[in-house]
Design a protein around this ligand. Structure first.
Ligand code: MSP
Length: 653
């Protein structure tokens, strides 16, 4: 077993968490979970970066003492973990005593080795990014990174002799070509080093909200010197106990956004080299979430709040989307259209249908027990092909996850979901079930499909932990903590009882506009949205529904109706808008039958509707009733009909 230490950046607390921060944390979480499944001893760290002038000012503006302000905002980042099902092992705050000790210890070591000296600084400083900006880099007098105004500083300051590390850093990059990924970012850093490194001001005297410099408390440390040290604090650097540090340092991966590669790729290794400490193994940098082409950020006010989208799409819906949509390392635009499209197409349709079909048929045709496949039937082409695809997928996902290519990993998992859905259509278990002589074929086809569901369930666990585990439970497998160590097709145990079938990702029939209205107001009550959210993990649907009395049945008023007009609902593949005559009145309703019926083919047809259903809005259209149709697993809906059409309004019972 090897150890794997992964970190997120620690987040500034002057702003509330948004999707950009949440993305870093979700990606690191997926990597941590995958490594645990592979059997590694994982340590996963996240936390908050709490010092600096801008925090002091934000607290003052809020009229709150700075420590209380820090407590409150840090808590909001801590709350991301339960919200997004994050499995961090520690949450560090730079205001904790353990961190003061660590940062001061690093300072002492660097100073003792002669790499910190006192001088005075005069120049420009950006408090948003907490960086010194040389005159030559100003853009229209503003910070080149965030575009905000810079301030003139003239202070006594300690300096770090960054210039002394130019050659060592250059050599380090030459010898470790994979130190920074993607390669484009590495090249930027190498070019920056080649351009020449000046010494770095590493202390401030004009404010006090920071870690005091050892033996000179009039100075507080530069926030990046303080913040970068967090990665060592959490594994015990500067404390009496050296065990965790010996085990977990150097970190395996610092996961960071692209805007902070320079601090991590130049300052951090140089501080560590100066102190005689090993540098981290890898810096993995990701791109930005954009809104209409601009970086999502508090100052632009264009942020997506993760809680709103968790409420709309469920935590796994959001996790899936961000990791599938953003090609790792590149920027991506966040739009309601794309998240809704992916949710319905990939999760509700492809994955949801596969799991529901496979498990429902095992309940229906095999009494809920995994059938035993017949060896000769397993040797036929569709079976061997699907099983080979599943086995090679396991290898591919392992390697893609190792290199953070999450979007590609999910794409390939979905290829196999598609192949399994096609396999079911080829084998038609519902037809095999009608013929007693074909029991073995039925059992084999359901076994192969359920076994593929099992492997897919295992492979999606890092990305969608709750759904992956529910998929496993649905095929009768208890989720094991290190299941990727020996993952292959054919290990589903025949004879085991499967769990109850639960809807994983209910389809969302709301329009983008409706979603946007709902998501723009986080204070809105959850009531109208509640049915959309995926169910609680344990909300099992009983295999055999409870019997109801005739009184209950009679509460449902079924009536004969005649279709007067029919048209497709724009932007929906499933829905038709119908205008019907119900005898006493005419009504508009929306029916999910567009995949089976052309609008013109059902005009004039007599159907049965639920007459006393509460109205519901579907894709912006108010539907007043529901058309009854049989909905076979894996098949298209079939409308209920009559030998002789009765008059509209006739009651059906
Ligand atoms: N405090 C520093 C990091 C110190 S690490 C020793 C910092 N904090 S931050 O809160 O401004 O940003 C932290 C991280 O949030 C970024 O590096 C990036 O990973 C993530 N993101 C913030 N906005 C983002 C987007 N719009 N898109 C994607 N991620 C971005 O920098």
């Amino acid at each position: 077993m090897s150890r794997f230490y992964i970190t997120t950046p620690i987040y500034y607390i002057n702003a509330e968490p948004h999707l950009g921060h949440a993305y870093s944390t979700m990606v690191a979480d997926a990597a941590a979970r995958a490594h645990r499944l592979m059997g590694d001893d994982v340590f996963f760290l996240t936390g908050t970066d709490e010092h600096g002038q801008k925090v002091e000012r934000a607290a003052r503006k809020a009229g709150v003492p700075t420590p209380a302000f820090a407590d409150a905002t840090s808590q909001k980042f801590r709350d991301l973990s339960p919200l997004l099902n994050i499995s961090n092992d520690d949450f560090i705050r730079t205001t904790e005593p353990r961190h003061f000790q660590a940062a001061q210890e690093l300072w002492r070591r660097v100073k003792e080795r002669g790499f910190i000296y006192k001088g005075s600084y005069e120049g420009w400083y950006c408090t948003v990014d907490e960086v010194f900006v040389p005159d030559t880099q100003l853009v229209d007098g503003k910070c080149p990174t965030c575009g905000n105004s810079v301030e003139r500083l003239e202070e006594e300051s300690y300096f770090f002799k960054l210039s002394a590390f130019q050659d060592r850093l250059r050599d380090y990059y030459a010898q470790h070509p994979d130190f920074v990924t993607p390669p484009g970012r590495r090249n930027e850093i190498v070019a920056f080093i080649e351009g020449g490194l000046s010494d770095l001001s590493v202390s401030r005297t004009s404010f006090t909200w920071g870690i005091p410099v050892p033996d000179d408390p009039a100075h507080v440390m530069y926030v990046w010197f303080d913040a970068l040290t967090n990665y060592m604090t959490a594994v015990g650097f500067g404390s009496a106990s050296t065990e965790a540090f010996a085990k977990f340092w150097p970190a395996d991966v610092h996961l960071i956004g692209k805007e902070i590669v320079r601090q991590h790729g130049i300052y951090w290794p140089a501080f560590l080299m100066a102190a005689g400490i090993e540098v981290p193994r890898k810096l993995v940098s990701h791109g930005w979430w954009l809104m209409d082409g601009a970086k999502m950020s508090k100052s632009l006010g264009n942020v997506v709040q993760p809680a709103v989208y968790v409420r709309l799409f469920g935590v796994d819906g959001l996790r899936y989307f961000v990791m599938r949509e953003m090609v790792f390392g590149q920027d991506a635009d966040f739009t309601d259209e794309t998240i809704l499209g992916r949710y319905n197409a990939d999760l509700a349709n492809d994955l949801g249908n596969l799991v529901s079909r496979a498990t429902t048929m095992i309940h229906r045709y095999c009494d809920g027990v995994v059938p035993r496949p017949a060896a000769p039937l397993l040797a036929r082409a569709p079976e061997t092909e699907l099983r080979a695809a599943v086995d090679s997928l396991v290898d591919r996902v392992r390697s893609l996850v190792g290199s953070f290519q999450f979007s590609q990993a999910l794409r390939e998992i979905w290829d196999v979901i598609g192949a399994t859905n096609r396999y079911i259509v080829t084998r038609e278990p519902w037809a095999l079930a009608k013929d007693a002589a074909r029991r073995q074929e039925l059992g084999t086809s359901l076994y192969v499909a359920a076994d593929a569901v099992r492997v897919v369930g295992e492979l999606v666990r890092p990305f969608m932990p709750g759904s992956g585990e529910r998929m496993l439970e649905m095929v009768g497998v208890i989720p094991a903590p290190q299941s990727w160590m020996a993952l292959q097709s054919g290990d589903l145990v025949p004879g085991s009882r499967i769990g109850s079938t639960q809807p994983l990702f209910p389809r969302i029939e709301h329009s983008v506009e409706e979603l946007r209205t709902m998501s723009s107001d986080p204070q809105k009550p959850t009531e109208p949205l509640a049915p959309l959210a995926p169910p609680e993990p344990k909300a099992a649907v009983p295999a055999e529904p409870a019997r109801i009395g005739i009184d209950d049945f009679m509460k449902v008023e079924l009536r004969v109706a005649k279709v007067l007009t029919a048209e497709r609902v724009p932007k929906s593949n499933r829905l038709l808008k119908l205008h019907v005559d119900v005898g006493t009145e005419q009504r508009t309703l929306v029916a999910g039958i567009a995949e089976a019926y052309e609008p013109e083919a059902i005009v004039g047809r007599t159907v049965v509707i639920v007459f006393n259903l509460k109205p519901a809005k579907l894709m912006g259209i108010e539907s007043n009733g529901m058309v009854l149709a049989a909905s076979p697993d894996g098949g298209k809906p079939t409308l209920i009909g009559f030998d002789e059409p009765p008059a509209p309004g006739t009651r059906v019972r």
